[in-house]
Design a protein around this ligand. Structure first.
Ligand SMILES: NC(=O)c1ccc[n+]([C@@H]2O[C@H](COP(=O)([O-])OP(=O)(O)OC[C@H]3O[C@@H](n4cnc5c(N)ncnc54)[C@H](O)[C@@H]3O)[C@@H](O)[C@H]2O)c1
Length: 443
């Protein structure tokens, strides 16, 4: 009996290289009156990346930079190729300027809230780096300020604007995956830089850094350059691996699946095994999330290099994003006769069953079989930068007043996912999202 001879064989084909998008405003000359004038507040590692990326975005101009550490004024001016762009330590003086339409906010996470609120009140649109909030309460205060002041907000998980993620969403929405109940993602690193052990610049001092402004609303603490430059390690300023990396994975998953809600429950395990340098967060974190229609498992660790991965496991196929490559592999879901348990039957019963099965499932003519189903593989073009795409989407919203996908609601939901993970880890308990009170409670 030749049942199953047309079995689907998944083979990998050559990668299709995705085409970069034409960025908004690129197809026409932008009149000076239509140019978006922005200033950057927080011009450290990310702020400088933004300034560089902005050079590729049509119709925008950086008109001011702001940072608490003086050497970062020079770094920002270098990043934007303009030594004369005004630089200041005082973000309020930027918000007072009438010629600033929007700000890119890339300070440490604990300072997002205050600057975001002041910027909204001053009528500025805000691109706020991820995670949007340092605490659940911060996120809701920011949401309210954005909505009350009718501001355009973009939150900075740039994968949401990436062409690779757009392709993943297209495949997900097409139904080719069938129903997806299980999503699994990780982001693993194995280097001092990956573990945020950044070098302290030799000119760092209380003279070159406004330490009190850095503390902001955080508890008072004596000047400590380790806390300033490696802030991700400390609960007063960052959220460890959850705020640094989970938020990208969660934002990508929410975008691709069209989810705009908070996970209902989260349970975290992990530990600090290797980087025992005074940090207050684990170097391994693994969280199980319950969403209404699927379950998500996330892992980040700083002790083994594994790159970035998201897998969507559906009833008809598997979609994998690994770093800058996307692969969709279909699964053979055509009806098959039972071929396992019937070997515990006597031959007579087995043969009866198989004969009946074939009667009920007449074989299609061999040529009707689509024998080779190929995996689809897509990759970003070399040098592709999704930060410019994400910025272009934000500046388009500033011009058109049409919100971006990753607005304050989306950003708040993704950040709450990080807070759920950390709450569960810190309390050694299941973290439950209580929608009535907008709070995390112990399960
Ligand atoms: N989207 C991404 O891929 C990505 C990558 C890296 C960082 N980030 C985010 O960007 C933000 C900044 O991270 P970073 O790595 O650039 O940190 P960083 O420490 O290199 O830079 C932060 C800068 O903010 C400045 N700052 C803090 N408070 C300020 C204030 N009140 N006024 C003016 N300047 C102030 C500090 O002086 C510092 O130079 C964080 O929210 C981080 O999570 C996002």
């Amino acid at each position: 009996m030749q049942i199953g001879s047309g079995a689907l064989v998944a083979t990998t084909v050559a990668k299709s290289v995705l085409q970069p998008r034409t960025l908004h405003a690129a197809s026409r000359r932008v009149a000076p009156s239509d140019t978006v004038r922005f200033a950057s507040i927080g011009t450290g590692i990310r702020g400088c990346e933004h300034l560089q990326a902005s050079l590729a975005v049509p119709g925008v101009q950086c008109v001011g930079v702001c940072d608490l550490y003086d050497s970062r004024h020079t770094a920002a001016q270098e990043a934007v190729n303009n030594a004369s762009v005004p630089a200041t330590r005082d973000y309020r003086s930027i918000l007072d300027r009438k010629d600033v339409d929007a700000i890119i906010l890339a300070t440490m996470d604990h300072n997002h809230r205050r600057i975001f609120l002041d910027a909204c009140a001053a009528g500025k649109d805000v691109y706020c780096e991820k995670p949007m909030s340092h605490t659940v309460e911060d996120g809701f205060a920011m949401l309210e300020a954005a909505q009350k002041n009718k501001r355009m907000i973009a939150v900075g998980s740039q994968r949401v604007s990436s062409i690779l993620y757009a392709k993943a969403k297209e495949i997900y929405d097409s139904g080719k995956l069938g129903e997806v109940f299980c999503i699994n993602a990780y982001w693993d690193r194995n280097s001092p830089s990956g573990a945020w052990v950044y070098p302290i610049p030799p000119d760092a001092s209380e003279k070159t850094i406004d330490w009190n402004a850095f503390l902001g609303d955080a508890p008072k603490h004596a000047f400590d350059p380790v806390r300033f430059f490696r802030w991700r390690c400390f609960t007063d300023y960052g959220e460890g691996l959850a705020g640094d990396l989970f938020v990208h994975l969660i934002s990508g998953i929410h975008f691709i699946t069209g989810t705009n809600t908070v996970a209902q429950r989260a349970q975290t395990s992990g530990g600090l095994f290797r980087w025992k340098d005074g940090r207050e967060f684990p170097d391994l974190i693994q969280t199980f999330y319950d969403y209404p229609n699927f379950r998500v498992t996330l892992r980040c660790n700083l002790n083994n290099e594994g790159g970035e991965f998201i897998g969507f496991y559906g009833t008809k196929g598997t979609l994998i994003i690994k770093d800058t490559t996307l692969t969709f592999t279909p699964q053979d879901t055509r009806p098959q006769p039972e071929a396992y348990s019937i070997y515990g039957w006597p031959a007579e019963l087995r043969n009866q069953y198989l004969a009946k099965w074939q009667e009920d499932h007449p074989m299609p003519a061999p040529l009707d079989f689509k024998v080779d189903e190929e995996s689809e593989v897509y990759a970003n073009p070399p040098g592709y930068n999704d930060v410019s795409d994400h910025q272009a989407n934000f500046f388009h919203a500033v011009r058109t007043r049409k919100p971006v996908v990753e607005n304050e609601i989306f950003g708040n939901h993704a950040a709450i996912g990080c807070h759920l993970a950390n709450f569960s880890y810190a309390n050694k308990a299941v973290a439950v999202w209580d929608e009535g009170s907008n709070k995390i409670v112990k399960g």
